[in-house]
Design a protein around this ligand. Structure first.
Ligand code: HEC
Length: 228
């Protein structure tokens, strides 16, 4: 697993480097693929009640942080799929639910431990209460929904910023997770009764159902402390 993760990480880094050559990066910027769209960072700061402060110091380093975040997201996402797909194929959604329940949080921890980043997933409607968004994440998730409503595809949707919390500057990154066909087995609107029952046993407060293909299911969320 570790080896495989290193390999996907390396591959993702190469891809990210390649795609970042053309794009000039700034904080507080929405971008989609290689087409950056500038958005007033002030909006975000206000939306989270002033706890998030977009810095005006633009260091070249941000490109490197963003590339790292992209690579980690790719490898975390890949490991999740590597766990989910075979489990679904082999034993169906009930067993796969257990696998997801056991593995998803520890895969996030693995990525975090080996990289110095905080790595996780969050959503507006969550299954695991530990995935609850904080104020910054909530505002980004809402902005993702607005971007989708105005026609942008969730597949490439990202947002990054530098925020200051309790005197500490942190680089924060989110990437939208679109809902695919496979996901509907456990997040759709017509679940098998036994799947619903299993979900409610594991997650009595589950909100993560009723999604359609193409909806934003949630987002990867990563952050890292920046040196002063
Ligand atoms: C076999 C059932 C199953 C399938 C299929 C499934 N999920 Fe999940 N999903 C879960 C479970 C269980 C959790 C809670 C995991 C945890 O404890 O962190 C979860 C959590 C999530 C979360 C974290 C936010 C939250 O709600 O807690 C996201 C995002 C997510 N799933 C997206 C997807 C996407 C995208 C797909 C399709 C590629 C998918 N899931 C397919 C069972 C499933």
């Amino acid at each position: 697993m570790e080896k495989a993760m290193e390999r996907t990480m390396e591959r993702a880094m190469e891809m990210a480097m390649e795609s970042s050559k053309k794009s000039v990066m700034k904080t507080g910027m929405f971008f989609s693929g290689n087409v950056p769209v500038l958005v007033k960072a002030v909006v975000l700061g206000v939306a989270v009640g002033g706890t998030a402060i977009s810095t005006t110091v633009w260091s070249e380093n941000l490109d490197a942080h963003r590339d790292e975040a992209r690579a980690l997201t790719f490898s975390f996402g890949t490991s999740l799929k590597e766990v989910l797909k075979p489990a679904m194929k082999k034993s169906g959604p009930i067993e796969a639910l257990e696998v997801c329940n056991m593995q998803a949080p520890s895969l996030a921890e693995d990525s975090a431990r080996s990289s110095g980043w905080q790595v996780g997933r969050t959503a507006l409607k969550i299954r695991n209460p530990n995935n609850q968004p904080d104020a910054w994440e909530l505002s980004v998730l809402k902005a993702f929904e607005q971007r989708k409503a105005s026609g942008e595809s969730p597949a490439q949707m990202e947002f990054l910023d530098v925020v200051e919390v309790d005197g500490e500057r942190r680089f924060r990154y989110m990437k939208a997770i679109p809902t695919g066909k496979l996901c509907l087995n456990c997040h759709g609107s017509q679940l098998k009764p036994e799947v619903t029952a299993k979900i409610l046993t594991l997650y009595p407060t589950d909100q993560a159902i009723g999604f359609k293909e193409g909806d934003i299911r949630g987002a990867f969320t990563l952050s890292k402390a920046l040196l002063k």
